[in-house]
Design a protein around this ligand. Structure first.
Ligand code: AGP
Length: 609
């Protein structure tokens, strides 16, 4: 999704802006641009393609300035192109960058064309820069012009804007899209993600919805939606610079897959007293809230949704508590019925997913008493909007394909299952057994990572395939879904997941020698059923890839490839079986030569609908 960086300093800000954009590349984008005020004029460079191409263009034709804004664009309105790239400029006076979507842009555009404004792009953003310019003519103040402009905007936005009329002022605002202010010494910054600013500061102010900030060399003033001056807390970030570096790994995704043992261990740390879960890890009010909970409604998107689907099995079979899971983008527009004393649980790596935030708002509107966020970003909107929070401690996840965020979400969801289960079906012996399994998990994941070379070898066989079918049963069906999502998003192979029992109800028609079928086969009560399903595939000449534990007696042959993981007779085996599927997707994508960390058309943080 789009990224914003801006700076006002006593030095040339262009290198800061370019480095910031580079650090936002993981969010996904298709063009990039920078604008500064130099010698009283707006100077702008834009490029379709990568930040490196923009940097090269600036090197070839330099610009510099002590104030500037920059942007990576992920196309929504208008194709990826230089003319649609931000910053957008009005009459060589105002330059502006924007994340989000302006829903009433068509009406504004018509009004502005009638008023004589000339449009040079197909973006929804361009109406904002013209509106700011227009207001600037009336008010003479950039801050007031932005305040008057946003009052007319419908939709979601994070905006950074500069004007030659006030070359020492950068105005920023947000509603529905994240924006953070970085505080340096005598220099100030804006960004859509702290990762962009870590080389220049560790001190941040997280703007609240509706806030407008004015950054000058003297400091930062913030106003709320009603225009009142407000103080927002300054937070020191603990994110380490090297946590967002790739190190010895070829891709961030690969690094993040291998970081999972540590990420899981950190998610557990300090949250148990011996083998007893400390419920206050979810917030001080958690025990009182959990006492009342009679049902759980999980809302999430993509990979986070798959984590929720696994949790439903745990909640119902271990805790004995009813649990619904729904894709957030559907929930927000349905007419859902929320039972009294339902705990609304949102799951999100970024905490900024627009659909998940809107679904939470919808649940609250429908009278949800309590909400809990399982999230990887402490400073995110989702965390701020929720009553209770359990932070996964995966560390920054840069690869667009979510890996360590997913497995730590599963760990967090098992902790929630324990907390709720105590009040329902879960006995103390089972709780202790699962707690021991949780603490053993990092070592178990290490074991699975040892299979990397074998999985890489298997991946060669997928390189020329166009389709793949993933099968699982029970709590491993969502793991099959997650495996299919990973494969499709980074290798561009069309992949579908089915509960194995559904095979004969339709998808079996697709099975032939060109359709690899990947089965997740842990040794559990459904194993015998799954083995029958695998026979159905073999009988049709299908190519089978079975991820099983050692106890499975499926004999490998020319068309049956068996990859064994250490025995997994426990409730956490969905976590274990996730890892080989991540590695499979990763190696297939590498072999096919795709952009593993930044797959086409996708964004890391989906802050628009
Ligand atoms: C995962 O690999 C995806 N890129 C995507 O499905 C992601 O999980 C989804 O967009 C939800 O994001 P969130 O966890 O940040 O809310």
């Amino acid at each position: 999704m789009c990224g914003i960086v801006g700076a006002i300093a006593q030095r040339n800000v262009v290198p800061i802006l370019i480095e910031g954009l580079r650090r936002l590349e993981y969010r996904g984008y298709d063009s990039a641009g920078v604008a500064v005020i130099q010698d009283g004029e707006i100077r702008r460079r834009r490029k379709q393609g990568k930040v490196a191409e923009l940097a090269a263009a600036i090197e070839a034709d330099p610009i510099e300035g002590r104030i500037g804004i920059a942007h990576t664009r992920w196309a929504t309105h208008g194709v990826p192109s230089e003319r649609n790239a931000h910053p957008h400029v009005c009459r060589n006076t105002v330059a502006l960058v924007h994340n989000g979507i302006i829903e009433n842009h068509e009406t504004l555009r018509e009004e502005q064309i009638a008023a004589g404004y000339e449009f040079t792009s197909e973006t929804d953003t361009e109406v904002v820069v013209h509106a700011v310019y227009d207001q600037l003519q009336r008010t003479g103040s950039l801050l007031e012009a932005v305040q008057a402009t946003v009052a007319k905007l419908e939709g979601a936005y994070a905006i950074g804007v500069i004007s030659v009329t006030e070359p020492d002022v950068l105005v920023a605002c947000r509603k529905g899209s994240p924006l953070v202010i970085g505080l340096g010494i005598g220099e100030y910054f804006i960004a859509s993600d702290i990762a962009a600013l870590l080389p220049v500061t560790r001190r941040f102010i997280f703007l609240e919805d509706g806030d407008i900030a004015e950054l000058t060399p003297e400091g930062v003033r913030i106003f709320d939606e009603a225009g009142n001056p407000v103080e927002r807390p300054v937070k020191d970030s603990e994110v380490q610079l090297d946590a967002v570096e790739r190190g010895e790994y070829r891709h961030y995704m690969q690094k993040e897959i291998f970081e999972q043992p540590r990420a899981i261990a950190e998610t557990l740390e300090g949250r148990f007293n011996g083998l007893k879960l400390i419920e206050e890890a979810f917030g001080n009010d958690a025990p009182a809230v959990f006492d009342r909970v009679k049902a759980v409604q999980i809302l999430a998107c993509g990979t986070s949704y798959h984590a929720g689907l696994v949790a439903r099995y745990w909640m119902e079979s271990l805790a004995g508590i009813p649990c619904n899971v729904e894709v957030a983008s559907e929930y927000r527009y349905r007419d859902p019925v929320l039972l009294p004393d339902t705990l609304v649980v949102t799951i999100s790596q970024s905490g900024e997913t627009a659909d998940t935030l809107a679904a939470l708002e919808e649940a609250k509107r429908r009278g949800a008493l309590h909400s809990l966020a399982i999230c990887n970003v402490q400073e995110s909107s989702l965390v701020r909007e929720s009553d209770l929070v359990l932070l996964t401690r995966a560390g920054p996840e840069i690869g667009v394909a979510s890996t360590k965020a997913f497995t730590t979400q599963l760990v967090a969801l098992m902790m929630l299952t324990l907390a709720l289960g105590r009040r329902h079906r879960l006995d103390r012996v089972t709780e202790k057994r699962i707690a021991s399994q949780l603490f053993a998990l990092p070592a178990r994941v290490e074991d699975v990572l040892e299979l990397d070379d074998r999985i890489r070898a298997l991946s060669e066989r997928f390189a020329d395939k166009q389709h793949a079918l993933f099968l699982g049963r029970g709590s491993h069906y969502p793991i099959a879904m997650e495996g299919a999502l990973k494969l499709k998003e980074i290798s561009y192979i069309h992949a579908e997941a089915y509960p194995a029992g559904e095979l004969k109800h339709g998808p079996l028609a697709l099975v032939d020698a060109d359709m690899p079928v990947i089965a997740v086969a842990p040794n559990n009560s459904l194993l015998e059923k799954l083995k029958s399903n695998l026979q159905e595939v073999k009988a049709r000449g299908g190519e089978l890839y079975v991820f099983a534990d050692e106890t499975l007696d499926v004999q490998p042959d020319d068309h049956t490839h068996v990859l064994t993981v250490t025995p997994t007779e426990n409730e956490l085996s969905p976590v274990i079986f996730t890892v080989p599927l991540q590695l499979l997707a990763y190696h297939v994508a590498v072999i096919r030569g795709t952009d593993v960390d930044k797959p086409r058309n996708l964004a890391k943080s989906v802050t628009v609908e």
